[in-house]
Design a protein around this ligand. Structure first.
Ligand SMILES: O=C(CO)[C@H](O)[C@H](O)COP(=O)(O)O
Length: 275
C-alpha cells in the first residue's frame, strides 16, 4: 500500500528502486497521526533505517563490498540484494563470517574472497558500541577476527547500528566487555596477564546450545574483558599491548578503522558520525 501511495506521488522514485530508504521516516509520519506511543520505532526498525541509509550512500556499481556480521547486517544485505535486482549493480561481496557467507549466498549475491579481491571499496558492519572518537567494540557475535581483517582491506569501514550503540565512552552502554579472540591453549595465561596489567576481569565465553566454550569460525576461544570503566583508557595503546601477548589472535577494539557510523533512532531518523 505504501509503495502504491509513493508511486502515485513519485513514479520515478519507485521505479528506480531507491524509495525504500524513505520508508523509515515516512512510516513514522503515518504512525504519528495515530498515537504518540506507536511513533516509537522498534530497535529492529532503527537497525533497518541505519542499514538502508548506509547501503544507499556507500554501495556503488562495480565495487567490492565487505559484508559484516550480526543482526543489523541482515538488513544491509537485504537492501544490497534489492538494489542489485532493481538497479543491476555489479558487486562482489566479501564475507566476514560463516553467517555473512550464508547471507550472501541466500540473497543470490556474488561471493568473493580476499585471495581474489584483496582490496575492497567499503565494508559495512555492525558494532556493539561506538565512542565519540569512533573507537568500536566489536565481536559480540564472535566474528571479530575476520571482521577486522576485511575492514583493514577496505577503503572505508561504514558502521551501522541502532541508537543503543552510540556512546560518549566505551562501556557506557555495552556491558559485556571487550571480546578478545585467543588460541584455546592460552586462555588461562592471557586472562591472568590482562587482568594483572589492566585490571577488570576476563570471562571465557560459553556456548548456549553446546556444552563448553564458544568456538569461533577460526577455531579459537573468546575472552570477554570487563575493563575498569572508571579509568580513562588510551584504546590504541591498550589494543597494541594486548595484541603483543602470545596466544592473542585479535581484539574487538577497532581503533582508527571506522570512517562513518549511522545510528538508527527511535523516531525513525538516522544520525551520522564521521571520523
Ligand atoms: O561485531 C559483531 C559480530 O562479531 C557485530 O557487528 C556486533 O555484535 C553487532 O551486532 P548486532 O548488529 O547484532 O547488534
Amino acid at each position: 500500500m505504501f509503495r502504491q501511495l509513493l508511486h502515485s506521488l513519485s513514479p520515478s522514485l519507485v521505479q528506480s528502486g531507491r524509495w525504500s530508504s524513505l520508508v523509515c521516516s515516512t512510516n513514522l509520519t503515518l504512525f504519528s497521526t495515530q498515537t504518540t506511543a506507536t511513533a516509537k520505532m522498534s530497535l529492529e526498525e532503527a537497525k533497518k533505517c541505519a542499514a538502508y541509509k548506509a547501503v544507499d550512500e556507500y554501495v556503488k556499481d562495480n565495487t567490492v563490498v565487505g559484508v559484516g556480521s550480526g543482526s543489523t547486517v541482515v538488513y544491509a544485505v537485504h537492501r544490497i540484494a534489492e538494489r542489485v535486482k532493481a538497479e543491476g549493480l555489479k558487486l562482489v561481496c566479501i564475507p566476514t563470517s560463516f553467517q555473512a557467507r550464508q547471507l550472501i549466498i541466500e540473497h543470490g549475491l556474488v561471493l568473493g574472497d580476499l585471495e581474489c579481491n584483496p582490496r575492497l571499496d567499503c565494508a559495512i558492519d555492525g558494532a556493539d558500541e561506538v565512542d565519540a572518537k569512533m573507537v568500536l567494540i566489536k565481536g559480540g557475535g564472535g566474528c571479530l577476527l575476520q571482521e577486522k581483517i576485511v575492514a583493514s582491506c577496505a577503503d572505508r569501514l561504514v558502521v551501522i547500528a541502532d541508537y543503543t550503540k552510540d556512546s560518549a565512552k566505551l562501556g557506557q552502554q555495552y556491558r559485556k566487555g571487550i571480546p578478545i579472540e585467543v588460541a584455546p591453549m592460552a586462555y588461562v595465561p592471557i586472562k591472568g596477564k590482562v587482568e594483572s596489567r589492566f585490571g577488570g576481569t576476563l570471562k571465557l565465553r560459553m556456548a548456549v546450545a553446546k556444552a563448553g566454550p564458544v568456538v569461533t569460525d577460526n577455531g579459537n576461544f573468546i575472552l570477554d574483558w570487563s575493563f575498569p570503566a572508571d579509568k580513562e583508557h588510551d584504546w590504541d595503546a591498550v589494543n597494541r599491548e594486548i595484541m603483543m601477548i602470545p596466544g592473542v589472535v585479535d581484539t574487538g577494539l577497532f581503533v582508527g578503522m571506522a570512517t562513518k557510523a549511522y545510528f538508527g533512532q527511535q523516531d525513525g531518523s538516522v544520525t551520522e558520525r564521521s571520523a
